[in-house]
Design a protein around this ligand. Structure first.
Ligand code: ADP
Ligand code: MG
Length: 245
């Protein structure tokens, strides 16, 4: 069964056709890379899937239900999580408080009951931090974290919502190559364990070819290829548009 179905999705900004009749599916448990040069329309696709941006035309179906017209918050509640290109946590809080906040929000508990150093969801938050390798930093202020570690905490925050589909727009932006590889390996391991699907963008082709189950290529708003690493690597149109060879 397909988890997410994108049907003829289009979005124009002024005269720019940012996303042009794009269709693809994400199957349950799939680790799917969306690649393409800068300006190809990747972020615009993410923004339409999570409800931040209304499509001009086309359909988005999640587990068979239409997402068009729903608000980001409702889409998030349906089980579609998202991380952002620029990682951000609440700096005035500790690492674990950030994850506890996400758990409180997921449980739909009232925010004003929140008190710093509260024990609410502490165990579950520690478990999530352990899953991303950040349990030792639990009680440190978030602002002290290195960028790569903020990305890991952001992942724990996204997982606090128990997503069945996780959207990650350039999760490794600003990271060194080794850190990139480690973060994507971590995400892949977690999604296999949890059985969730991931759609991610990533600039390093080495990382994409090493980890993605399937790769979708956008160029100037159009989907030009959809297949496994080998078929993408050998695709002449991809080589021309993406690698310039
Ligand atoms: P990518 O994420 O693949 O780099 P984007 O989806 O961000 O590409 O952008 C696709 C095209 O749409 C680009 O030409 C970009 O300049 C344009 N675009 C994106 N967002 C907006 C916006 N809010 N207003 C105007 N143009 C936009
Ligand atoms: Mg982008």
């Amino acid at each position: 069964m397909s988890d997410l179905a994108i049907r003829s999705l289009s979005k124009t900004f002024g005269g720019v056709r940012a996303v042009n009749e794009v269709s693809f599916d994400i199957k349950r448990g799939e680790f799917l890379a969306l690649i393409g040069p800068n300006g190809a329309g990747k972020s615009t696709c993410f923004n339409m899937i999570n409800g931040q941006l209304p499509p001009d035309s086309g359909e988005i179906l999640f587990e068979g239900a239409k997402l068009n017209g729903k608000k980001p918050r409702d889409i998030w509640r349906l089980g579609i999580g998202r991380t952002f290109q620029v990682a951000a946590t609440f700096n005035s809080m500790t690492v674990i408080e950030n994850v506890q906040m996400a758990l409180i929000s997921h449980a739909n508990q009232v925010y004003r009951l929140w008190k710093p150093a509260s024990s609410l969801h502490r165990e579950r938050a520690l478990e999530l931090l352990a899953q991303v390798g950040m349990q030792d930093a639990a009680d440190r202020p978030s602002r002290e974290l290195a960028y790569g570690d903020v990305k890991r905490v952001e992942l724990a925050i996204a997982l606090a919502n128990d997503p069945r589909l996780l959207l990650m727009d350039e999760p490794t932006a600003g990271m060194a190559p080794k850190e990139r590889n480690d973060l994507i390996a971590l995400v892949k391991r977690l999604v296999i364990e949890k059985g969730i699907s991931v759609l991610f963008t990533e600039h390093s082709m080495d990382v994409v070819f090493a980890f993605a189950d399937r790769i979708i290529v956008l160029a100037r708003g159009r989907l030009i290829a959809d297949g496994d690493a080998k078929s993408i690597r050998d695709n002449p149109q991809v080589r021309e548009v993406y690698f310039g060879t």
